[in-house]
Ligand binder design. Sequence first.
Ligand code: NAD
Ligand code: MG
Length: 384
Amino acid sequence: MRTLSLLGATGSVGASTLDLVRRQPGTWGVRALTAHSNAAELARLAREFSAEVAVIADETRLPELRAALSGSGIAAAGGAAALVEAAARGADLTVAAIVGCAGLAPTMAAIEQGGIIALANKEALVSAGEVMIAAVATHGATLLPIDSEHNAIFQCLAGNDPAHVRWITLTASGGPFRDWPWERLCAATPAEAVRHPNWDMGAKISVDSATMFNKGLELIEAHHLFPVGLDRLRIIVHPQSIVHSMVEYRDGSTLAQLGPSDMRVPIASALAWPRRMDTPCEPLDLAAIGELTFRKPDEERFPATRLAREAAQAGGAVPAVLNAANEVAVAAFLDGQIPFTRIAAHVENVLNAYAPPPPACLTDVLAVDSEARARALQLTLSVG
Ligand code: NAD
Ligand code: MG
């Protein structure tokens, strides 16, 4: 039996992960399962998978979690520190599937235990960048990307020398608004933004896909995971989401990874790594799909990828500021406080006004994150 901890068990990636774990009885011993505030669902999952501990981030829900787990022998804990403690128990494999920078401290605690970290929580890597990559090296941890594009690149790089890479090309669906003119974008509603054409995901990443901040964050994520140089990373819009990303080598060979738009494929590749496992996903029927198309991104309507590239170029604390401002702006948009097209404008304003020195450790990153959030919130209140 291999041990597994799942940070963010009640989310979309969490559900896909547990679906695969459920199909491999006797393979996984579940250590920690965590959630933000849904105590009933967390307790149900903890019982189903006989977890050692269940942790609820929102401490006010701890009594509810305790009650729901009574008599099960499963430990219950609550609060941000308990989340970190649960991750610090270590496991052969930790799936980091919390959304946002809220997942950073527990992910770092798991890295410090030196196991395999299957990373979905891109905001953590974007914010902590060098600090996280250094911790991975120091503690001998293994970072396996399960973001579909990075998992594709990881697979396409296998067995090849990164020095021979000419281009890494991240594919982007373009989101639900890819063909919308600016005037229509200005009036886009939260309900329209979370209705992604190809993927079924949490609300935050769905809005990020609509603004293209998701691809911007992924560009920064790729920059840290695959250090071939920013000038070798590019983005192409591919509306069908079948080619999940590509690597072109110096000899002109391009390797691509294809698959259905189902997160269970990249998650399975991390769970079984370096082997393979079965998934229940439909086999790819290219004849039925018929056409795979590609086009250039439009940074006039969707400035997020430009902002992210500039943040990656600047390095240091800048990506953490970009991420924090985006998290606040997305929440404000979902809450009806700002229009869709103000999300990128907000992020750009915060980036222009706040340039802290490069963070040297996790505490520094968290301080930058919290100051950038405060400024973004202030901006939301002042300009709406
Ligand atoms: P989600 O909103 O569906 O789930 C998020 C999980 O994190 C839930 O379990 C929630 O309880 C927990 N959580 C939320 N806020 C928290 C907090 N403050 N403290 C502790 N826990 C908290 O999100 P998701 O779509 O599953 O995405 C999770 C991560 O994976 C994100 O970083 C996202 O960018 C990335 N990702 C998701 C997909 C996808 O298909 N959903 C694909 C690629 C990458
Ligand atoms: Mg992705």
